[in-house]
Write a protein that binds this ligand. Structure first.
Ligand code: PRT
Ligand code: MG
Length: 213
């Protein structure tokens, strides 16, 4: 069996390719053009599987993949137990923030101790953040388009990823709190690390050198 690396389509795939390329590793199919979910590389002992970003930790945890690349946001939400994270790949960088409508006075709502309705896909990160601050919140779980929640009255605030800030801006929202910086991590299956030590270590080294370079 070749070593299996789990990636998600889009920015993680696109940002991981140059790291592999620095060690001469090429993925032989383009996921934007092919419907294949298992992609060969120019190394017979390495293949890439394409999964949803939020499924990468599950694949790696249960051995469906030996290694994977996942955002810190995804890892925290999934739960990090049993996942070895040897490297911060410093790709797909962004930040987790609290945002509100430009006309919502977040600071005074917090000061007054009002209950704040917060819509987010990132309930673990949001729960921890507001608990640390001692702010009372009602969390509303959403799966996407968080920006819509404050505009429709569904919520007072959102917790979402921000990169350029243009999505917030386009929807008249402002960032009021920076929760944490986010980047993608290499994650490794614990059993693979023991049972397939040589090739797994070699691939961790490839990534380590690429990030260092
Ligand atoms: O799309 P799908 O539901 O399959 O999964 P996903 O959204 O988790 O995957 P993907 O590929 O969109 O994101 C993978 C990872 O990239 C995330 O887990 C983050 O760690 C990282 N990342 C980096 C981002 C962004 N930057 C980002 N800007 N993930 C999402 N966004 C979204 C954000 O949620 C918001 O809607 O982009 C919008 C904001 O972008 P700006 O540039 O307008 O600020
Ligand atoms: Mg997405």
């Amino acid at each position: 069996m070749p070593i299996t690396l789990a990636l998600s389509k889009g920015r993680i795939f696109d940002d991981t390719l140059p790291l592999l390329a620095s060690a001469g590793i090429e993925v032989l199919d383009d996921p934007e053009k092919s419907r294949k979910l298992i992609l060969a590389t120019n190394r017979p002992d390495l293949r890439v599987v394409l999964v949803r970003a939020s499924d990468v930790p599950t694949y790696v945890q249960y051995g469906g993949a030996d290694l994977g690349v996942a955002g810190k946001d995804v890892l925290i939400e999934h739960g990090e137990e049993g996942l070895y994270q040897p490297l911060d790949l410093k790709i797909a960088r962004c930040r987790m923030s609290v945002a509100v409508r430009a006309d919502f006075d977040y600071a005074s709502a917090v000061r007054q101790g009002s209950r704040i309705r917060v819509a987010t896909k990132y309930t673990q990160i949001a729960r921890q953040h507001f608990a640390d601050k001692g702010v009372h919140v009602d969390l509303i779980k959403l799966y996407g388009s968080m920006e819509l929640a404050p505009l429709t009255g569904l919520a007072d605030a959102i917790v979402d990823l921000v990169s350029t800030g243009s999505t917030l801006k386009a929807n008249n929202l402002v960032e009021v709190e920076h929760i944490m910086d986010i980047s993608s991590r290499l994650v490794v299956n614990q059993a693979a690390l023991k049972l397939r030590r040589e090739p797994v270590r070699a691939l961790i080294d490839v990534f380590g050198k690429a990030v260092g370079a």
